[in-house]
Design a protein around this ligand. Structure first.
Ligand code: UD1
Length: 418
């Protein structure tokens, strides 16, 4: 069993370098399926999810060369339509191969996805989108078989601005005949980064408000692209400074990507300074309770809800968080309560009554972002916290303990035989 052992209570002070965004890396790697030419990506984070998607591309017939944070994906021995069940079971983003495979080969066989257990997370919007583009979709025993002689552009209204469905439909539409318009599309920075890459590959895409217009092409070419910085990693590290009473700066970041989050930090009483691609958050006094609601970008990001909740457990007064994206985001609250936090859940809302301090405990990370919340709580808590379930944290955070140690955290990764 692998665990983090944290001796809490140390104020974290210093600068941390932010890596490329996991949620931009995954669709960018998948986009390489849309072309026979090489796609070269820089700033690829060293994460298990990225290894999973690259392994999957290799199994689909791509030739993948990875060196540090650079990846080149080129044509290998010919593309196959069947996706590997292991990869899709590990991670929901693997399901994105569906649209590009159908667009290139006229057929895809993809198992239904796995990933973090943070809610029902169906793929109906992905499949409805493929049907709108003229594909025939069959679901049999946990596998989706999608076929189309050709994809034809369509007007699609998403009932919810799903990140994955927007990426899926956009990629497929790049090689469809005619024009596709997606209304109520997701406009998360990671979706925009994928669109930037697709445009470099020759796609014709325009975005205005929540509408994405794609004019299909018969083929796309290769491209070279540097991923955007990871706003979730940046947010988590800024909170590590805040919750420990310290001061942390992060770069490179795109401050606009963190807009709603930085507003919430300021509302909680932190001193936030933006200087180009560097953001610094200083804890000048005990944070104060706030109210916030998660929502699609440009709203407060659901992935930063659990880490933000960790900060608020020791804030002065009461905070409220309403979760509007994933219904089961609250799995982390039980462990925070074990550490002394006063959290009450009522449906999709929690109230947090701030306490003077948290106490170290044995806890288990329930998912990527819930794990980050426990880690932050452990850094602030009195005494020792041991966190298991690190496979979740490792899916989303590269070299986390090294980065935290560099700003003064007392944290060790411990491997123990079970
Ligand atoms: C992506 C991010 C994830 C983030 C989420 C919301 C990646 C790899 N992951 O996940 O970190 O938390 O966006 O910002 O980029 N839904 C449906 N039917 C569908 C698709 C989605 O009902 O076909 C629902 C989901 O159950 C969820 C909501 O829509 O309640 C949001 O999901 P979505 O935006 O698709 O998130 P992901 O792309 O899975």
């Amino acid at each position: 069993m692998t665990s983090f052992v944290i001796e809490g209570g140390e104020p974290l002070v210093g600068h941390v370098r932010i890596g490329g965004a996991k949620n931009a890396a995954l669709p960018a790697c998948v986009a390489s399926l849309l072309t026979e030419d090489p796609v070269v990506l820089h700033s690829i984070p060293q994460l298990r999810d990225v290894s999973t998607i690259l392994y999957m591309l290799g199994a689909l017939g791509k030739r993948v060369v990875r060196h540090e944070s650079n990846v080149s994906v080129a044509t290998g021995g010919g593309l196959k339509p069947e996706a590997n069940a292991y990869s899709v079971g590990q991670m929901r983003a693997s399901f994105l191969v569906l649209g590009p495979l159908v667009a290139r080969l006229g057929r895809a066989v993809v198992p239904l996805p796995g990933g973090c257990a943070i809610g029902a997370r169906p793929v109906d919007l992905h499949l409805d989108g493929m049907r709108s583009l003229g594909a025939y979709v069959e679901e049999r025993e946990g596998v989706v078989v999608v076929s189309a002689k050709k994809l034809v552009g369509a007007t699609i209204h998403l009932p919810f601005p799903s990140v994955g469905a927007t990426e899926q439909i956009t990629m497929a539409a790049c090689l469809a005949e005619g024009e596709t318009v997606i209304h109520n599309a997701a406009i998360e920075p990671e979706v925009m980064d994928l669109i930037d890459l697709l445009i470099k590959m020759g796609a014709q895409i325009a975005v205005s408000d929540r509408m994405i217009r794609i004019v299909g092409r018969s083929s796309l070419g290769g491209a070279e692209h540097t991923l955007i910085p990871d706003r979730m990693e940046a947010g988590t590290l800024l909170l590590a400074g805040g919750i420990t009473g310290g001061s942390v700066s992060v770069s490179p970041v795109v401050p606009e990507h963190l807009g709603a989050f930085l507003l919430a930090l300021r509302a909680a009483g932190l001193d936030v300074e933006i200087d180009g691609a560097t953001v610094t958050a200083r804890c000048v006094s005990r944070p104060i309770g706030i109210e916030l609601q998660t929502s699609p970008h440009p709203g407060f990001p659901t992935d930063l809800h659990p880490p933000m909740a960790a900060l608020l457990t020791t804030a002065k007064g009461t905070s409220w968080i309403a979760e509007s994206v994933f219904e089961r985001r609250f799995a982390y609250t039980e462990s925070l309560r074990k550490m002394g936090a006063r959290i009450v859940q009522d449906g999709k809302m929690i109230s947090i009554q701030g306490v003077d301090r948290l106490i170290g405990q044995f806890v288990e990370a329930p998912d990527i972002r819930g794990g980050a919340a426990l880690l932050l709580a452990g850094l602030a808590a009195q005494g020792r916290t041991v966190i298991t379930g690190l496979h979740h944290l490792d899916r989303g955070h590269a070299n986390l303990e090294t980065k935290l140690k560099s700003i003064g955290a007392r944290i060790e990764r411990r491997e123990e035989a079970t």
